[in-house]
Design a binder for this molecule. Sequence first.
Ligand SMILES: [Zn+2]
Length: 508
Amino acid sequence: MFSTMRFDVDGIFEIKRYCLAARIGKIRTKSGFLETPYLFPVIDTRRQFVSTQELNELGFKGLITNSYLLFKRKEIVDDIHVYLNHDGVVMTDSGGYQILEFGQVNASQEEIIGFQEKINVDIAVILDVPTGSNANYAKAFESVQSTLNNAQTSIKLRTREDILWVGPIQGGEYLDLVKVCTQRLSSLPFHILALGSPTEFLERYNYEKVLQMIYTVKLNAPPSRPIHLFGAGHPAILPFFVALGVDLFDSASYALYARDDRYLTSLRTYRLDDIYEFPCKCDVCRKFSPKELRSLNKDNRRRLLAKHNIFVLAQEMAIIKQAIYHGTLWDLIQSKAHYHPALFRAFKFLINHKRYLSKYAYLNGMGRSGLFVLDHERPELLSIKKRIKEHMLQNHSIKKIAIINGQKISSIHELYKKINQIVNEFKTILIFNPLIGLIPFELSEIYPLYQLDVENSVSLKRAALNSINFLKRINVEEIYVDDELLLNLFRKTFHAKVQLLTKHNNSN
Ligand SMILES: [Zn+2]
């Protein structure tokens, strides 16, 4: 049963692609790889509405269940994979949540760790003391201290090196405590860090609070550690958390909503009674009309609703992954922001943290498509601007430059044609874009900047002024522009040094 694998703390996670702070990555476990971002469906071993086989068919390669409940019920489990009829990855939670609910658990740290090792889980959580959302500072401080003490003790109690160990981060809304807890756990051998206590904030639609907690964790955890967020499972908010850098989720939401006759969609939850037509084509929604589903007995109805709900979550995770791959996660978030005031506030939070989000855009360019840019808030713009500035400063002795108004370019062919006419004359050719400023032509080939669609309301003057200030800094002496609009804008501050390209060409 024991494998001979041994997992180094920083050697289990391979990041393949970034978009904002989101990442597509691979986590190695003794039962195979898990691709992130990933959501573990919570398995209730007593009343499971959706079978593990059905979950496998939907692409769920990893499941999570509660090890404390199995332990307490004295269930006979030799191997959790056999018990759950699932040969993929199995993660087990400790009794932390039960402590939050009932104040205590009847199990020691030693028992919980020993039990998880015995039943051969792949990813195990130590027994922590959750802060919850109603704790005052003193209580929160205590929960962090107990959790950190537990973390320290747990390391000595472990006997298996082929299990990934999860360090639970507590502190709740007290960000200084979240910070200390993250830093301390990061210095200990935990493969995955998991942020606890968000559930009650999520239930109150206080997404900003949870985003703040995640942001604090991300600033203080090494990038090589996957970050798990406990108990977040509504598809509407998931891409926001992923954008900030959450890699793993677990949720019983699909079953909990089903129990209340609630139907999940990507944007909101409906009561089954309020549905006129199912906006989904999963097996359940194709087979039943809302009226037919309502007429079924409670058990059947819940089972089918849970099946639909988990389908929506599987689909949402796929949509998120594709958006990361394509470089369009920001667009996905923006489109969701208008559906609920809480989502809009979450969007605002991300806008306010765009400097952090743009840090990662650097790592794999701009994605594959052109960007449709509605405003100056798009985080990717910051990293593009930075890259361009660095490039320009390396060529700081440029005296004479040509600027093409990129707003009028509709295709790369048109751009090439323009450039071919002047390429021998000018060492430096820049393309003016009201959002980004000046883009050196050679960079426009690396990044598909010509594809930037710019909405007209963007202030042209402001962009021109910024560009001029930059050109002054690098000591440009002569500027040739290709249209009257730029001529007028640039001439106001550069005076006689700005000329039209056509005149220049004619005089040659
Ligand atoms: Zn459906």
